[in-house]
Design a protein. Structure first.
Length: 218
């Protein structure tokens, strides 16, 4: 019996990855290399050749997979938002359901801010460099696209939490989403944590208090 189990274990551990798995691993490696170089050097100063070299692939492979440098930047944004090896949008992740089902506003905001902080820790350094390159049409277009996605996410969040807990009297949903766009923006996070050297926990405490005070009647 032990011999059979050992053979099964050897067979399982020696299984070679399929072609699709290899392609996925290569794509992830290229995306990670692009993200790291964009954060380290900025978008304009990073070349496709440098990304390919860092990922250990031919530059033709990089172009074949992503098409253009701007499309590679978009994938780097997605990588930063979702995290490595994750393709599930935030609204489909377990924490989102936990936040939505929370019975107390304090609990809902704690879950929200804690998880957004993890995303901003990855996106803020990238967004800072891309914002600095806004004179270039390509990164500006990519950033604007992702800003629109972020606005839609906050609008949905306001609709969900505002309906359940009640917004501050006189505050309409659009204005509430505007406030969230600033309070929980990559730029705000980067200013406090990256520039002023707050801890992530300090930022979370401040952000939770600011959201409660500015947006909710409680």
């Amino acid at each position: 019996m032990l011999a059979i189990m050992a053979n099964v274990k050897r067979t399982t551990s020696s299984r070679k990855p399929s072609r699709a798995e290899k392609a996925q691993q290569t794509r992830l490696r290229m995306t990670r290399a692009a993200y790291e170089l964009f954060v380290e050097r900025g978008y304009p100063a990073t070349t496709m050749t440098e990304v390919a070299e860092a990922a250990g692939v031919a530059v033709q492979t990089l172009y074949f997979t992503f098409g253009t440098k701007a499309q590679l930047l978009q994938r780097a944004y997605e990588y930063a938002v979702l995290g490595e090896g994750n393709d599930v949008p935030p609204e489909q992740q377990p924490w989102y359901a936990e936040m939505s089902n929370a019975d107390r506003l304090d609990d809902a905001l704690r879950i929200l801010v804690q998880n957004v902080a993890a995303v901003l820790a990855r996106t803020a350094p990238l967004d800072e460099y891309v914002r600095a390159a806004s004179f270039d049409a390509e990164p500006a277009r990519v950033r604007n696209f992702n800003e629109n996605l972020r606005r839609q996410s906050w609008a949905d969040m306001i609709d969900r939490l505002g309906t359940k807990f009640g917004l501050t009297p006189g505050l309409n949903p659009r204005r509430a989403a505007d406030i969230l766009m600033v309070l929980m923006s990559p730029a705000t996070y980067q200013t406090f944590v990256g520039q002023y050297h707050w801890s992530s926990e300090d930022w979370q405490n401040w952000c939770t208090a600011a959201i409660t005070c500015q947006l909710f009647a409680q």
